[in-house]
Design a protein around this ligand. Structure first.
Ligand code: ATP
Ligand code: MG
Length: 391
């Protein structure tokens, strides 16, 4: 019955003069999300986006894809009626109700819109007359203008549209409308969720993964690629940098106190991520850190890690409980992949008793022990950056 969708958006409507940029970005993201499903026609019209579906489209699949497009507030499956003649339209809307609601025991409210202000009926007249017609044709129906079970919306433009279902979209803003940031993506539960959350605010995502072969396996790296793939269903294509971190890690292990290893390693990850971010036009870093989750995420540790960053670091999960993060990862379908048991470069050399209250002064002092070779090692790591385009 439905051959089209009407897309409503909320927040991007308030962007004043930039509004068209948001609308265009949303239209493009929708096109992108539907590209592989068939030949959809996506058009923008007076604060709305319309999607006309190909003849053989799959309803569920289309709705699922649209539920991943940030910026969509509501997805309304629409029936297109190829007439604007009022009497014909009434019959068609009646047929729609008959088909869509076989059990017609519900309360409803009519709503109407007309593009042409010279249309023979005003909108209140359209509602009154259409409502009356439906009540005559289906005596089981009742009107309830305050709290209806179903709102039946009729729009008359160059042709007419009727819809009564609204499916919630993901909200947020279209990706690409808020600049780009670099996600530190590990194989864990948190960082994919962090990337998803920032992308939801319209930010495009690049990612970096620190790989430590042979201590971390090829399979661990594939897992990260898989996670990037899963979040790219929301964020669009992701440029993933894989940095070989082994020599840096071994060197820190050799030179520095073992209980400080994680913090020092995290500082080098941030430094390297920042260099790549600057080179690729990213305006910030994103991590999956959350206060108190592990020793490296106490306020002291975060402060020590953060000290080396000159770029803003976005930590969307900072005040989230683990279970809340898990809930999101299940919702976005990354959980199952995240819990696969492959080694993580952060945990491989982890000390039995890592510092939980590192002093930045002490850490800085320990890093002096690396002076001889660290710059060279960082340079090599950056030069051997492996870039994977993930879609
Ligand atoms: P996650 O579940 O995201 O792995 P975590 O709870 O295991 O996080 P840590 O290992 O302390 O926490 O890492 C904190 C953050 O640092 C991660 O969320 C991620 O953003 C980044 N990070 C950690 N390890 C790596 C890595 N090997 N490559 C890229 N980023 C990493
Ligand atoms: Mg981790």
């Amino acid at each position: 019955m439905y051959k089209a969708f009407l897309i409503k958006y909320a927040e991007i409507g308030i962007k004043g003069n930039n509004r068209y940029l948001f609308e265009n970005a949303l239209r493009d993201q929708i096109k992108n999300a539907l590209k592989e499903l068939g030949n959809y026609l996506v058009t923008k019209e007076q604060g709305r986006i319309y999607i006309e579906c190909p003849e053989d489209y799959d309803y569920e699949e289309t709705v699922e894809a649209l539920k991943r497009v940030f910026g969509i507030a509501w997805i309304c499956p629409v029936m297109i009626i190829d007439t604007i003649d009022w009497e014909e339209l009434k019959t068609a809307v009646g047929n729609y109700v008959e088909e869509r609601y076989p059990d017609r025991n519900f309360t409803f409210k009519m709503e109407a819109k007309r593009a042409d202000k010279n249309y023979p009926l005003t909108t209140p007249e359209m509602c009154m007359d259409m409502g009356g017609y439906l009540l005559d044709r289906f005596p089981e129906l009742k009107v309830d203008v305050h709290n209806p079970l179903v709102r039946i919306m009729v729009e008359v433009r160059t042709r007419s549209y009727v819809y009564s279902e609204v499916i919630p979209g993901p909200g947020g803003m279209p990706v690409g409308t808020s600049g780009k940031a670099m996600l530190l993506l590990s194989g864990g539960i948190d960082s994919p969720v962090a990337g998803y959350m920032v992308a939801k605010r319209g930010v495009s995502i690049d990612a970096v993964y620190f790989h430590a072969p042979p201590y971390t396996s090829e399979r661990a790296k594939e897992k990260v690629v898989d996670l990037a793939k899963l979040i790219s269903r929301y964020t669009g294509p992701i440029k993933l940098h894989v940095i070989n971190f082994t020599d840096i890690q071994l060197y820190i292990y050799e030179k520095c106190p073992h209980e400080e290893l994680t913090i020092i390693m995290r500082r080098y990850m941030m430094r390297i991520a920042q260099t790549i971010a600057e080179e690729s036009g990213c305006l910030g870093l994103i991590t999956g850190e959350s206060i108190g989750q592990v020793a490296s995420q106490t306020l002291h540790s975060l402060s020590a890690t953060n000290e080396v960053c000159t770029m803003p670091v976005y930590r969307p999960l900072i005040a989230f409980d683990k279970q809340d993060i898990v809930n999101i990862s299940e919702k976005i379908n990354t959980y199952e992949t995240s819990i696969l048991p492959y080694e993580d470069c952060c945990t491989i050399f982890v000390a039995k008793h890592p510092v939980t209250k590192p002093s930045t002064k002490v850490i800085r002092h320990s890093e002096k022990l690396l002076e001889e070779k660290i710059e060279e090692l960082v340079k090599t790591a950056l030069e051997t950056d492996e870039v994977i385009m993930v879609k």
